[in-house]
Design a protein around this ligand. Structure first.
Ligand code: KG4
Ligand code: ZN
Length: 333
């Protein structure tokens, strides 16, 4: 079974073709036959993603990107079409979703609406070796920061999540404060390479109410205060110290999640999981850590195809063609 998957929730127009090896969940994992991404560089000059520009760029690129994915996979017609239906920028989601529904209707094949977060949550399953269920999955993206317990396909429990900013968002905001521009996360990582992570002692944030929750607004404020009081601080040192604090904080929550569940298999997903320092900190825990390649941490369509293929193989229903786009969508609902 080959699935054409479409992802347009933010600033990447991405299409992939995946195939479920052996045709069933038990027999194998999802194989990526084609994975094509058009990144919208146009947003750089605005210092962040401009939703209307993103939607227009998706309109321009979605058909050529889908054609390129089909050609790379060597097929003309897939057995199913999947698309991100949310959460994300609503206008951007609508482009890929509408295209995918129309394509499924035209080809007469099932359509599968996919939750973008489930894509990140299960992206480690595209690798070999892949974590077996149950595993913990830490999704750290631009809009979300959640530690899930993944018990099976479609069966997830939230162990902890951020009460304010997401990890990627915190990186983007700190990048702006440091004058590093957009895209923030990778630029902070590059600056941090020549900085001293012990130069500044940012306290680990601790929201008082619920001990498992995460909060990044205090850390963001600590960075701002530091820059105001010590304008002479080296950008590289601030970047490295901030990044190291985030990594130690995430490790702390993962270790709490392990203690709570007894599950030692931990997968990472989402754009900030491309961060080398965070990846190293997770590996250093000695837990059974699964790290998707960096290109599968940031937005891509292979992870969307993976979710669709796994649900179809598990015998779950395809989605109705009147499925609407959702700006918010809880993956545990
Ligand atoms: O998963 P993603 O591509 O899109 C969303 O679903 O949000 O994540 C994008 C986020 C951005 O905030 C970006 O700054 C962050 O991931 N990011 C990084 C790195 N690469 C991307 N953060 C830290 N270090 C990186 N290397
Ligand atoms: Zn994402």
């Amino acid at each position: 079974m080959k699935v054409l998957a479409v992802e347009t929730s933010c600033d990447e127009t991405a299409c992939a073709v995946v195939s479920l090896a052996g045709g069933s969940l038990r027999e194998g994992r999802t194989i990526v036959l084609a994975d094509v991404i058009h990144s919208q560089a146009v947003h750089a000059r605005y210092g962040g993603v401009v939703p209307e520009i993103a939607s227009r760029a998706h309109i321009e690129h979605v058909v050529p990107t889908a054609r390129a994915a089909l050609a790379a996979a060597g097929i003309e017609r897939p057995d199913a079409v999947a698309a991100t239906a949310g959460p994300g920028l609503i206008g951007a989601v609508l482009v890929g979703l509408s295209f995918a529904k129309a394509a499924a209707l035209g080809w007469g094949v099932p359509f599968v609406a996919v939750n973008h977060l489930e894509g990140h949550l299960l992206s480690a399953l595209l690798d070999d070796p892949a974590p077996g269920f149950p595993f913990l999955s830490l999704v750290i993206s631009g809009g979300h920061t959640t530690l899930y317990e993944a018990r099976g396909v479609g069966d997830y429990r939230v162990l902890c999540e951020t009460t304010d900013d997401a990890v990627g968002e915190a990186f983007d905001k700190v990048a702006r404060m440091l004058g590093l521009g957009y895209p923030g996360g990778p630029r902070v990582e590059v600056a941090a390479r020549t900085g001293n992570p012990r130069a500044i002692n940012f306290p680990l944030p601790r929201p008082a109410s619920r001990p498992m929750d995460l909060s990044f607004s205090g850390l963001k404020t600590a960075v701002r205060t530091r820059l105001e009081r010590h304008p002479e601080s080296r950008v590289e040192d601030v970047a490295a110290s901030f990044q190291d604090t985030v990594a130690r904080y995430l490790v702390d929550r993962v270790e709490k999640g392990v203690a709570l569940t007894g599950i030692r298999r931990v997968a990472l997903g989402g754009g900030a999981a491309a961060n080398g320092h965070i990846r190293e900190a997770m590996v250093a825990t000695g837990l059974e850590v699964y790290l998707p390649p960096k290109s599968r941490c940031t937005d891509n369509a292979a992870m969307i195809g993976n979710v669709a293929a796994l649900h179809l193989a598990a015998g779950h229903d395809a989605s109705p063609l009147d499925t609407s786009a959702r700006a918010r969508w809880d993956v545990t609902a």
